[in-house]
Design a binder for this molecule. Structure first.
Ligand code: NAD
Length: 283
């Protein structure tokens, strides 16, 4: 069994991003800049943002924080996003989800200029992905593909099963696998006999938010298993959606949690920010 070390792959990508940032600054004098918007007091969001900021600092990407723990009115959020869209010194906008109750997340995402949408969630960017001509890829799904590619997974013709159909992970991940010529099955809460699908998977990607739901008997022998889930148990332990101990007995290769997909998401966000800056500067 091969351990798919997302932390190591993320470090490699962050090294490339740091080189790209230096190069861009040398040629244009501009530092790629990410605006981070957090509305509401969400503990997990604060941790994500702190990690993103730290990684951004490490590669030379500047961040500007717009943090509103006590909330913000919907018109004020619209005004903020409009001003960030119009600011040429801001190249990427990260709107941390979830937004507090009462906000229309779809409308807020759609209010971000597509060229500054470094999460790849804007309907225009998702549409381009569906059309087969993406400009920016959603970070977590792109990170899953990077890990599989780094370790040499064969995707063409593979049976790929994705568990979870969220807009940020499952759906775009299924599209990316399809674009790589895998035969894709997308499973969700209404799927009948989930195990019958997962057991067929040469490549099994799980993003359901259910700790340990995929157990060894649900995994095909020799499969590539990518565990996107991040779940904190009452004991404080962080676990994935895959029961690592039993699944790793069957899998040919598997990502750990933590240290698998998580670090990749941040690396892809920063790569997207550098790419957005390059496009906006035409450099
Ligand atoms: P979500 O709640 O929006 O979607 C979960 C999906 O899983 C739904 O489509 C649902 O139909 C499906 N699902 C839930 N229970 C199921 C079951 N028993 N059988 C089949 N399908 C089931 O979640 P999300 O935002 O896509 O996140 C999923 C997980 O990935 C969470 O644990 C989240 O913390 C994690 N996550 C990790 C990263 C990362 O960087 N590694 C990024 C985003 C999300």
């Amino acid at each position: 069994m091969k351990l798919l070390d997302g932390k190591a792959v993320a470090q490699k990508i962050l090294g490339e991003v740091a080189g790209g940032v230096r190069d861009l600054r040398a040629r244009t004098g501009v530092t790629p800049t990410l605006a981070v918007v957090l509305v509401g007091d969400f503990a997990a969001s604060k941790i994500y943002i702190a990690n993103k900021k730290k990684a951004g600092d490490g590669v030379g990407i500047a961040s500007r924080d717009f943090i509103y723990p006590d909330g913000l009115s919907r018109p004020a959020l619209s005004t903020l996003l409009e001003s960030l869209n119009a600011d040429p010194a801001v190249h990427g906008i990260l709107l941390q989800l979830p937004l507090p109750a009462g906000f229309d997340e779809d409308a807020a995402i759609a209010a971000i200029a597509p060229e500054k949408d470094v999460d790849g969630f804007h309907p225009q960017n998702l549409g381009r992905l569906l059309a087969g001509s993406p400009t920016v890829l959603p970070c977590t799904p792109a990170g899953c593909l990077e890990i599989l590619d780094h370790y040499g997974a064969e995707l063409t013709g593979a049976e790929a099963v994705v568990v979870g159909r969220s807009r940020i992970v499952g759906k775009p991940l299924a599209q990316l696998l399809l674009a790589r010529n895998a035969t894709v099955t997308l499973c969700h809460t209404r799927t009948r006999d989930l195990a019958a699908h997962t057991r067929r998977a040469d490549v099994l990607c799980v993003a359901a938010g259910r700790p340990g739901m995929i157990t060894g008997p649900m995994v095909k022998a020799g499969a590539w298993v990518v565990d996107v889930g991040i779940n904190r148990l009452e004991t404080g332990k962080l676990v994935g959606d895959v029961d690592f101990d039993s699944a790793s007995q069957r899998a040919g290769a598997i990502t750990p949690v933590p240290g698998g997909v998580g670090p990749m998401t941040i690396a892809m966000l920063l790569r997207n920010t550098l790419a957005a800056a390059r496009r906006q500067l035409r450099a």
